[in-house]
Design a protein around this ligand. Structure first.
Ligand code: SAH
Ligand code: SF4
Ligand code: F3S
Length: 452
């Protein structure tokens, strides 16, 4: 998803008597959340989190396999670590989706890797890293494995990721996720509610419920749906904002939209990946909806919540995508007017159905389409953001902006980045900000001092 550069936790000086680990995380929010679980687990075994590979005994790389580019980034990091490892002698653990995909093959490709651990095996990590010899652990369990949430070492003290399901049964023809995260497994609602209550008691103001196909969620114990769960989460005291990601359009129900409309704590913001605007492409992507059905869902959301902020994912250059198909995607962006999009050039992935088809849209065409798409979207975002000028909005402040440290940085209900000035320290607070200017990708403003 999009990146907001916030200065995170203060760096601590490592204690020389304790073993130190360093984690580098690629990929989605689920991976970020997994890294927080791993960090907490290792901390409970006496390890401490270091600030760089050089000062660590163990370097963990949490990998993403979704596009060739994500895998390339991982291998280039490994290349750099190889040189540092020669001097420092740390162990390297590769975890996450590339670990699951490649398994033992990784040792052959890169002999300086020590451990390979898939997403369903993190609980074994403290045991595995005790071993001198190389170890692979990539077995799947068919049911949800509850991690002790009290151990999680979270990056933010105000906004928390809460996984509620894992895996995906949708098998979009381009996507590797079902092969690296397995079939859908749902977390019992009582654990989810218990964790969120504990977070709210500790002062967390926002939770982001996570799952690769979150709209399929069913409580394995009561069979209640995502809509029911959202309503229960909304009853938790002291919590301000609830978000959930990622929804699949085909099972985004009216009940979910109604829960969003009726429960004030559920943000009127939804990420609803469309992928393409052409019916023939959607069909070959195996998305399970047509352009018209997608637009009906959007109309339903806008009818219940006229002010809703929508975002999406788009792939350009899928096999067989013609200029006409691409035009359909551009027209869809104009029609929906998303607040934000994440757009990618199609990249064939191992094990997927589409990887058997010719990758027949030339790179230059993919590149041109991506630029065209992004420049149309930029224009739409500028228009949307112009409506914020002069308004006073709620912002959850997440820290200081990394690029401009004299400014604070946060998100509004629409999940847009808001940079603002304040003479008072407001990190981790919900504040009111008056918007004074805007760009296509962020809003800028100043704090309303009475709101603190
Ligand atoms: N439902 C998932 C989606 C993960 S992949 C979730 O948890 O968010 C994120 C996005 O990557 C997809 O929505 C899609 O737009 C893009 N993507 C997936 N496979 C791709 C591929 N082979 N080439 C290009 N983009 C891809
Ligand atoms: Fe991938 Fe499709 Fe599942 Fe999303 S819904 S994770 S794009 S297979
Ligand atoms: Fe990447 Fe795995 Fe997430 S492939 S997008 S890290 S589920």
């Amino acid at each position: 998803m999009d990146e907001m550069e916030v200065i995170g936790n203060q760096k601590e000086k490592p204690d020389s008597t304790r073993p130190t680990f360093f984690i580098h995380t690629f990929g989605c929010q689920m991976n970020e959340s997994d890294s927080e679980h791993i960090a907490g687990l290792l901390t409970s075994y006496g390890w401490q989190k270091g600030n760089c590979p050089e000062e660590s005994n163990l370097v963990i790389i949490n990998t993403c396999a979704v596009r060739a580019k994500s895998v390339d980034k991982f291998f280039s990091l490994l290349g750099r670590l190889k040189e540092i490892k020669k001097k420092r002698g740390f162990k390297i653990a590769v975890v996450g989706c590339v670990a699951q995909l490649e398994g033992e093959e990784l040792f052959k490709l890169q002999p300086h890797i020590d451990y390979v651990i898939g997403p369903d095996n993190y609980l074994e990590l403290p045991k595995i890293i005790d071993h001198k010899e190389k170890i692979t652990s990539t077995t799947w369990s068919g049911h949800w494995r509850e991690h002790p949430y009290s151990l999680i070492r979270r990056e933010s003290q105000v906004s928390a990721y809460v996984p509620i399901m894992e895996g995906c049964n949708n098998f979009c023809t381009y996507c590797i996720v079902p092969f690296v995260r397995g079939r859908e497994k749902y977390r019992p609602a009582r654990f989810i509610l218990e964790e969120i209550k504990a977070l709210a008691d500790r002062g967390f103001l926002e939770v982001q419920l996570l799952g690769q196909s979150i709209t399929s969620y069913r409580d394995p114990e009561s069979n209640q749906s995502l809509a029911d769960l959202l309503r229960q989460v909304a009853q938790i005291n002291n919590l301000k904002w609830i978000r959930f990601i990622t929804s699949h359009p085909k099972n985004l129900t009216r009940e979910i939209a109604q829960a969003m409309a009726e429960e004030k704590k559920i943000c009127r913001q939804l990420h609803l990946p469309v992928q393409a605007g052409s019916n023939s492409i959607l069909k070959r992507m195996n998305r399970g909806y047509t352009r018209e059905e997608y637009l009906e869902k959007i109309a339903m959301l806008k009818e219940l919540m006229p002010e809703i902020s929508l975002s999406t994912d788009i792939i350009v250059g899928f096999p067989g995508e013609s200029e006409k198909d691409f035009e359909d995607t551009l027209r869809l962006l104009e029609e929906v007017r998303f607040t934000n999009i994440f757009s990618f050039r199609y990249s064939p992935r191992p094990l997927t159905a589409a990887s058997q088809w010719p990758d027949d849209v030339p790179f230059e065409v993919k590149r041109r389409r991506l630029i065209e798409l992004q420049s149309l979207q930029k224009k739409i975002q500028l228009e949307i953001n112009a409506n914020f000028a002069g308004r006073i909005i709620d912002v959850l402040c997440l820290g200081r902006s990394q690029k401009t440290p004299h400014l604070y940085c946060g998100r509004n209900e629409a999940h847009q980045v808001v940079n603002f000035s304040s003479s008072l320290e407001v990190t981790n607070k919900m504040v009111k900000v008056k918007i004074t200017s805007f760009g296509p990708y962020s809003l800028h403003g100043e704090i309303v001092p009475e709101s603190i």
